[in-house]
Design a protein around this ligand. Structure first.
Ligand SMILES: [Zn+2]
Length: 666
């Protein structure tokens, strides 16, 4: 990796040489504007090259494409560091034009890229090792004895109602043994390095840096905690109700006395969505007999139909159609005869010529129809803020970007809209019918919220040193038990590293954006419903074809990150705060139903803030025998254990992290 060191040495030298001018820079704003204009053009070109290389690799994973991608990333890093140094000729913090100051401030933020080449190399190396553990993990299928990957095999088994819970439990344990458990030492090193690097950019630690993207006007962590506290009583209603349905089905013996839900029976490896236990928990099963996925298949829908339906909704609001380049270059289906990354994502190519693309391996199902709208929401954001200078071509905050497509999804999934697009024959105007509908939305959206909160709550504590490496796993489980109300099916210890079993932890993708977006999307939805003149219950609102709603949405999207998000939010919704109130209004009839249903069950509304004790595990049926190998020891700071090609393949994310506009699904 000598190349890396040499390439980064020159900009580093410039930083050292020019560092002198920072305090006494020029306040000549005309000169600064001229400098910025050229920088903006060059930045678009540099980003385009890096995104192109990243895309080529993602849709065709070869050593050659990997090498090109790493080269492009290094070039972009060099460019950013060089320009950041040049910027220091201006005292941009003191400009009278605050818009210009904001442009410079955003350009100045290049994250851990400010650090020296040696650290970059170590950081890349450790992040590559973490990603490799996750991406290459395979687990023994307890039924066949075959070694199988997470996707599609294990994900499908966890979701399948016909797979016995003991098999799910073995997969649950096996996945954590083969992924997270191997990462603990490397994660500790990653935290140490990341913090050291971001300190060079003036932040106390990575937590402070990540939170800075929200430009907090008060204590950000307290704001998130307040949101959670406001929402928790409603989550408790859902939790107790689902527990009352699952306990008789699975048998009381697997439910701890602490009233936690066993983590492995909720239809999802992380219990982050409970949508796959709908058949066991539906309030009025006799009032909900339609299967939308079957209807999509019966009508001959394919991936193109799904993208066209999504496009048509946005177009009906007066937002533009997808561009010609989008249709020419988007990858909607798994490509034949190549290795590709199927994780759904949306890409901005910074061309000013409408080059935006989605990459996903669509299956014709209702959940994928939602995913298609989610990704197209990102594309609409890209399209609407395309004319902004590059540093403003971003969401008002990261939660905004995630919320756009989900807002549209709330309208599209209404039974009223499903009738309009031919997926339902008619709606039934009964209370039971709509309670079922809201319940399905709740299993997906409300069940997610504590999970969306706890991942970064844990990481902030780790980055700040409040949780030490000796407490990594117990601190994780403290949050899983307390907030989410779920417990492990087997005892856990500090030999395990369960945070590492979730993609975004080894992948170093911040997660609080999804928590924020789950509140924001109901705020956006309610505001757009009001603009469209909707009357009646919020959950029935479909603002399809409303130009008034479209104009308001368009205005918000077009602003990009040019203003503080509180200003952007206020313009659309009249409030400057992320609020749980619209979500609570939306689900009110469901909450009333759950309150009554819980009164008639013996399930308590609360669960212990502490995980079940070891005594509970030893008193229950024998836990599964796991035959996991001991965690591998790693050579600190070295990529020597990985073949060169593997290292190259996986190091793009490690180099630039959040700087590129590639937006992943949660
Ligand atoms: Zn997304």
């Amino acid at each position: 990796m000598r190349t890396l060191s040499n390439r980064l040495a020159v900009p580093l030298l410039l930083v050292l040489l020019l560092g002198c001018c920072h305090a006494s820079g020029s306040t000549n704003e005309t000169a600064a504007r001229q400098w910025f204009e050229q920088f903006n053009l060059d930045l678009a070109v540099q980003r385009n090259l890096a995104v192109e290389a990243g895309w080529n690799y993602a849709v065709n994973i070869t050593d050659e494409n990997s090498r090109k991608r790493v080269e492009a990333e290094l070039k972009l890093t060099e460019f950013l560091k060089l320009k950041r140094t040049e910027m220091q000729q201006f005292a941009w913090r003191n400009f009278t034009d605050k818009n210009l100051t904001r442009l410079f401030s955003k350009s100045d933020d290049i994250g851990t890229s400010v650090a020296n080449a040696t650290m970059q190399e170590l950081y890349s190396s450790v992040r590559t090792r973490l990603a490799t553990f996750y991406n290459t993990a395979k687990v023994k299928d307890p039924r066949s004895g075959d070694m199988v990957p997470l996707e599609p095999n294990i994900v499908a088994a966890m979701a399948d109602p016909d797979v016995p819970q003991s098999v799910k439990r073995d997969f649950w344990v096996g996945w954590r043994d083969e992924s997270g458990k191997k990462m603990k030492n490397d994660y500790e090193e990653f935290v140490h390095l990341g913090n050291a690097m971001i300190r060079e950019a003036g932040y106390a630690n990575l937590a402070e840096y990540w939170q800075s993207w929200y430009e907090p006007t008060s204590d950000f962590e307290q704001t998130m905690e307040t949101l959670w506290t406001e929402f928790k009583p409603y989550y408790s209603l859902l939790h107790a109700y689902v527990r009352s349905k699952l306990r008789p089905h699975f048998g009381s013996e697997i439910f701890p006395l602490t009233n936690h839900l066993p983590a492995h029976i909720l239809g999802n490896m992380w219990a982050q969505s409970w949508a796959n236990v709908d058949h066991l928990t539906m309030p009025y099963p006799e009032s909900w007999t339609v299967d939308i996925t079957k209807e999509m298949l019966r009508k001959g829908w394919n991936s193109t139909t799904m993208f066209r339906v999504s496009e048509e909704f946005f177009a009906s609001l007066g937002l533009g159609n997808m561009t010609d380049t989008f249709w020419a270059k988007t990858v909607m289906d798994r490509l034949p005869n190549v290795e590709m990354n199927c994780h759904a994502s949306a890409w901005d190519f910074y061309t000013n010529e409408g080059d935006f693309r989605v990459k996903q391996c669509t299956s014709v199902t209702l959940p994928y129809l939602a995913t298609t709208h989610h990704e197209m929401g990102h594309i609409q954001y890209f399209m609407q803020y395309e004319k902004q200078p590059v540093p403003f071509r971003d969401g008002a905050n990261p939660g905004f970007h995630e919320a756009v497509g989900d807002t549209i999804e709330l309208a599209v999934m209404t039974p009223e809209h499903l009738v309009k697009i031919g997926l339902l024959n008619s709606t039934i105007d009964s209370n039971e019918y709509y309670v079922n509908y809201m319940f399905l939305m709740a299993l997906k959206k409300l069940a997610f919220i504590p999970f969306g909160y706890l991942i970064d709550k844990w990481r902030w504590s780790v980055f700040k040193g409040e949780v030490t490496p000796q407490q990594y796993n117990s601190a994780w489980w403290k949050l899983r038990c307390d907030l989410q109300g779920i417990s492990s099916p087997v005892p856990r210890s500090e030999d395990d590293f369960d945070p590492g079993a979730k993609y975004h932890v080894p992948g170093n993708t911040p997660y609080i954006r999804y928590f924020v977006s789950h509140f924001l999307q109901f705020q956006f939805y309610e505001a757009l419903c009001n603009k469209s003149g909707h009357t009646g219950p919020l959950y029935k609102c479909d603002f399809y074809q409303s130009k008034e709603a479209g104009d308001a949405l368009k205005k918000m999207l077009a602003a990009g990150s040019s203003k503080h998000w509180e200003d952007t939010l206020e313009e659309l919704t009249g409030t400057r705060e992320v609020s749980a109130a619209p979500l609570i209004r939306y689900f009110r009839p469901l909450f009333d139903f759950l309150t009554e249903a819980n009164k008639n069950s013996s399930e308590p509304l609360t669960w212990s803030s502490e995980c079940p004790g070891d005594d509970w595990y030893t008193s229950t049926a024998a836990p599964p025998v796991t035959t996991a190998p001991p965690p591998q020891t790693t050579t600190s700071g070295s990529s020597g254990r990985l073949a060169g090609a593997t290292w190259l393949q996986l190091s793009m994310a490690a180099l630039l992290g959040a700087l590129l506009s590639t937006l992943l699904t949660r």
